[in-house]
Design a protein around this ligand. Structure first.
Ligand SMILES: Cc1cc2nc3c(=O)[nH]c(=O)nc-3n(C[C@H](O)[C@H](O)[C@H](O)COP(=O)(O)O)c2cc1C
Length: 320
């Protein structure tokens, strides 16, 4: 998620869940290929399994960006056909590509030829006045023909004029039934559903209903422990996955290394504010991190102390 997630966030999320698939925020092919911004691909091997999401609409450029991504160690390359921001539309990529399935299929085919990694697509159900019932099956059959075997569908339209990107994640109505119908039409396509999913119970409902995957964005960011810590057991039937406390402890050496490399503490801790959401002491934890981590010289001991304070409160919820 652009401006929200980064490698530090993914490192934390991977500690919480060993099984879920993590995605980068959208990285544009022009930035990589024309701008040489290879630092955008940096990540730790511990973040795997990890997909790189690309933005772009030029098949040759996307093929080259996919090559760079695979060289950098990504196991999946995902093409963004869902982002509605103006910045993105002016470069003719993101959600506006829902209007040009022929171009999307050329892009998918070019990336498939260029790399061995799986090429996947994230899309909307349509844009503007398109009729999703006709547009989405056409879009999916084109990308399948080009070699895409896995897609994530954000189950609402994007309105390219008049709504901000934020409004475009809330206002156009969700149509989960349409995603189920796509699964019936394309039974061999691996379909993940996305949009407005806020709990694992809801996620399991979609899987029980016959969909192949569930992508959770905002809820996983804001309440990472609720979603990610429990995902390994509840969704994958695997005992892995760390508690929020254990993840905080495991983050301490990571923070140390980040500071030693010239980074600042808040760059890591900003992703940890919601770790204890809904638990006693959550407010104090959030405050200690958001106020303290920006201070010059702030180090992991701040985080350790905030954790101890939270655990002490949990052990004795009625402090004097
Ligand atoms: C701040 C922010 C940035 C986002 N950036 C991206 C992005 O880079 N690529 C992408 O495919 N979706 C992006 N999204 C959309 C989410 O991936 C997701 O499709 C959307 O939020 C709906 O899912 P949710 O209700 O689970 O959050 C972003 C969402 C937010 C809130």
């Amino acid at each position: 998620m652009m401006d929200w997630t980064d490698r530090h966030c993914r490192y934390l999320h991977r500690l919480l869940s060993g099984q879920t698939l993590l995605y980068t925020e959208m990285v544009t092919a022009p930035a990589l290929v024309r701008g040489g911004a290879l630092h955008l691909l940096e990540h730790s091997p511990e973040e795997q399994p990890l997909a790189l999401q690309l933005g772009g609409s030029d098949p040759g450029e996307l093929a080259e960006a996919a090559r760079l991504g695979v060289q950098a160690g990504y196991g999946e390359i995902n093409l963004n056909c869902g982002c509605p921001s103006d910045r993105v539309q002016s470069g003719t990529f993101g959600a506006v590509l829902m209007k040009d399935p022929a171009r999307v299929s050329e892009c998918v085919a070019a990336m498939r030829l260029a790399v061995d990694a799986e090429i996947t697509v994230k899309c909307r159900i349509g844009v503007d006045d398109q009729d999703p019932e006709t547009v989405l099956p056409e879009f999916l059959s084109r990308i399948i023909a080009a070699g895409c075997e896995r897609v994530t569908i954000h189950a609402r339209k994007a309105w390219l004029q008049g709504l901000s990107p934020k409004e475009n994640r809330d206002i156009p109505p969700l149509d989960y039934d349409l995603v189920y119908r796509m699964k019936q039409l394309f039974p061999n396509l691996h379909i993940s559903i996305n949009g407005g999913i806020t709990s694992l119970t809801q996620a399991c409902g979609f899987l029980d209903g016959g969909l192949d995957g569930v992508m959770i964005g905002r809820a996983a960011y804001h309440q990472p422990a609720d979603i990610l810590s429990r995902a390994d057991t509840e969704v994958f039937g695997d005992p892995g996955g760390s508690s929020a406390e254990d993840a905080v402890r495991a983050m301490l050496p990571y923070m140390e290394a980040h500071l030693a490399g010239g980074g600042r503490l808040h760059q890591v801790t900003r992703h940890m504010l919601g770790l204890f959401a809904g638990r006693p002491g959550a407010r104090g934890w959030r405050r200690a991190l958001s106020e303290g981590a920006h201070r010059q010289g702030a180090g992991p001991e701040l985080v350790e102390q905030a954790l101890e304070a939270l655990l002490a409160l949990a052990a004795d919820p009625q402090p004097v």
